[in-house]
Design a protein around this ligand. Structure first.
Ligand SMILES: NC(=O)C1=CN([C@@H]2O[C@H](COP(=O)(O)OP(=O)(O)OC[C@H]3O[C@@H](n4cnc5c(N)ncnc54)[C@H](O)[C@@H]3O)[C@@H](O)[C@H]2O)[C@H](O)CC1
Ligand SMILES: [K+]
Length: 512
């Protein structure tokens, strides 16, 4: 499923209407009917609705909603918040239909008390004021109505396409926004539904098919998609009875400096749970004994070094590096003298797909040119959380969080790496500009170790030679799904072991 900007949506709209010749009023009828049906699905018995319509096509959808509800016995209070003479032509068609059906309140400022009375009676409020056509700060007459809607607390608020006041592309709030319980959007979800604060105003998001062309042509193809198993599940076929431990790749996990062994162990365990045939963890030689006491299934390989990695010991890598089909660097890596040369040399010598996380990312922040050492065509995946992203982009965390889509895209295009910007609704950004938004996840993942698990899962699927474009979104989806399935009682008490145990059930749900 695509995830679109307002411009991409308009392009698809225009293609369907102008090129294919589907009348806009047909799309509008389908849109409004879809909203009415979602409302009646939640309220099977006729109730009272206040429907607030702007003068654009978002308002046009609102007139259609009003007609369908009224035909099904609802008491409908209809308000035009805008100027009739400025009404969009398609909207006008349905406005005039409603005029023949019922009284329409025209909203001059002095009618606020009447609007308050209607809102007090409402079981449902439909926000059809502004949709993807909103630009700039809300004009005062709209902002005042938004405030009135948010002041009432009884009604179930349904936003048409977008909550009025939410920017379709950034999720930013234009002055203020309607706090919706449900948003019914059309054809494809918009970025604003899943970027804060827009995500918080959208409530539950339902996508309605209104008969829009799925995708007109390559140049009209949106650049983003929602992460769905249907896009990659065929890359993880059932296991062959003839498989052996060498069949499913060998991941090398590099990390686990003194006091941080657990991170490397969690990454390694997650890699096995996600299907890797073999997993080796390499730690500084001083940590080999304690690590060996902590692990059973992972193999342990000691790297010369006292508590951290000795930067000049490449003999063994040359002897063993061809055993591995992917490498994950970072879980519990720590910082150490000579780190940049060490990481650069490792990135150069490991001619396999690589995932970099945690302190490997922090070293990169200080030495961005290290990425140029990566031999082509071997893929590199960076998995920053917002703090690491801020360091990589030399900006503030607040800036990253207020422009997640742009930040992830910028780093991917600048580095040529695949970027996984973690957080609620993780974004996977590819160097070619394509992006994937992931909707799975749970507050249970907001704990130490969750990132290490994801690193191991990405490394595991890369080690299994699953194509990059499938391996990364698959791991991100499964990680979030495991976080959901791990919650047996409350998210507060979930341990990494619960998430680890839930990887199998998540795989079964998505890939069998
Ligand atoms: N395929 C589809 O997605 C369909 C979508 N439909 C609906 O159409 C709107 C987009 O309609 P559009 O006319 O382009 O814009 P809006 O109605 O969202 O708003 C334009 C309207 O609002 C005024 N305005 C703009 N900015 C502001 C502001 N900051 N403050 C106040 N007023 C503002 C502007 O002057 C216009 O009057 C989409 O969201 C869907 O709901 C189609 O109905 C069906 C196909
Ligand atoms: K709206």
């Amino acid at each position: 499923m695509y995830l679109v900007t307002a411009k991409e949506m308009r392009n698809l709209d225009r293609y369907t209407i102008d090129h294919l010749g589907v009348p806009g009023v047909v799309l509008m009828e389908n849109a409004g009917k879809a909203v009415a049906e979602e409302i009646m699905h939640r309220f099977p018995e006729p109730k009272t609705a206040v429907i607030l319509c702007g003068s654009g096509n978002n308002g046009g959808d609102g007139w259609v909603v009003a007609r369908h509800l009224q035909f099904r016995g609802w008491k409908v209070y209809l308000w035009l918040v805008g100027a009739v003479e400025k009404m969009a032509p398609d909207a006008r068609v349905f406005y005039e239909v409603c005029q023949r059906l019922t009284r329409i309140e025209i909203d001059p400022q002095q009618e606020r008390d009447q609007l308050r009375r209607h809102l007090e009676q409402a079981d449902v409020v439909v926000d059809a004021l502004l949709g993807t056509g909103a630009t700039g700060q809300l004009r005062p007459h709209i902002a005042e109505v938004v405030a009135l809607v948010n002041q009432q607390s009884k009604a179930f608020v349904v936003a048409v396409d977008l909550p009025t006041g939410v920017d379709a592309d950034t999720g930013g709030v234009l002055t203020e926004a309607v706090q919706a319980d449900l948003t019914v959007t059309f054809a494809f979800p918009k970025w604003g539904h899943y970027l804060r604060p827009g995500a918080d105003y959208s409530g539950e998001v339902k996508v309605a098919d209104i008969g829009l062309s799925p995708c007109a042509s390559p140049e009209l193809e949106p650049s983003a998609r929602i992460n769905l198993p249907s896009d990659w599940q065929h890359h993880l076929p059932p296991r062959s009875a003839w498989a052996h431990k060498g069949t499913h790749g060998h991941l090398l996990v590099v990390g686990g400096s003194r006091g941080m062994l657990g991170a490397a162990v969690m990454a390694g365990e997650a890699a096995y749970r996600t299907g890797a045939g073999l997993v080796t963890i390499t730690v500084p030689s001083s940590e080999q004994l304690p690590l060996s006491a902590k692990v059973t299934q992972q193999m342990v390989w000691s790297w010369p070094g006292e508590s951290t990695f000795s930067p000049d010991s490449w003999q063994m890598i040359e002897e063993r590096r061809t055993r591995f089909s992917a490498v994950a660097i970072g879980p519990g890596l720590g910082r150490f003298a000579g780190e940049a040369d060490w990481l650069g040399e490792l990135m150069k010598r490991m001619e396999v797909p690589m995932v970099l996380d945690a302190d490997a990312l922090n070293i990169l922040s200080d030495h961005p040119s290290l990425l140029q050492k990566r031999p082509s065509p071997f893929a590199t995946v960076l998995t920053p959380h917002p703090g690491e992203m801020a360091r990589l982009l030399a900006c503030s965390v607040a800036h990253v969080e207020s422009s997640r889509r742009q930040a992830a895209g910028e780093l991917a295009q600048k580095t040529g790496a695949v970027v996984v910007l973690k957080g609620r609704y993780t974004i996977v950004a590819f160097p070619d500009g394509k992006q994937i938004l992931n909707l799975t996840g749970s507050p249970a993942l907001a704990k130490g170790g969750a990132g290490d698990l994801l690193t191991g899962m990405i490394g595991s699927l890369l080690a299994q030679r699953i194509p990059l474009g499938a391996a990364v979104p698959m791991a991100v989806y499964l990680h979030g799904k495991a976080g959901e399935l791990a919650v047996s009682s409350v998210p507060h008490s979930v341990m990494f072991s619960d998430i680890l145990s839930a990887i199998g059930p998540a795989l079964r749900q998505c890939c069998q």
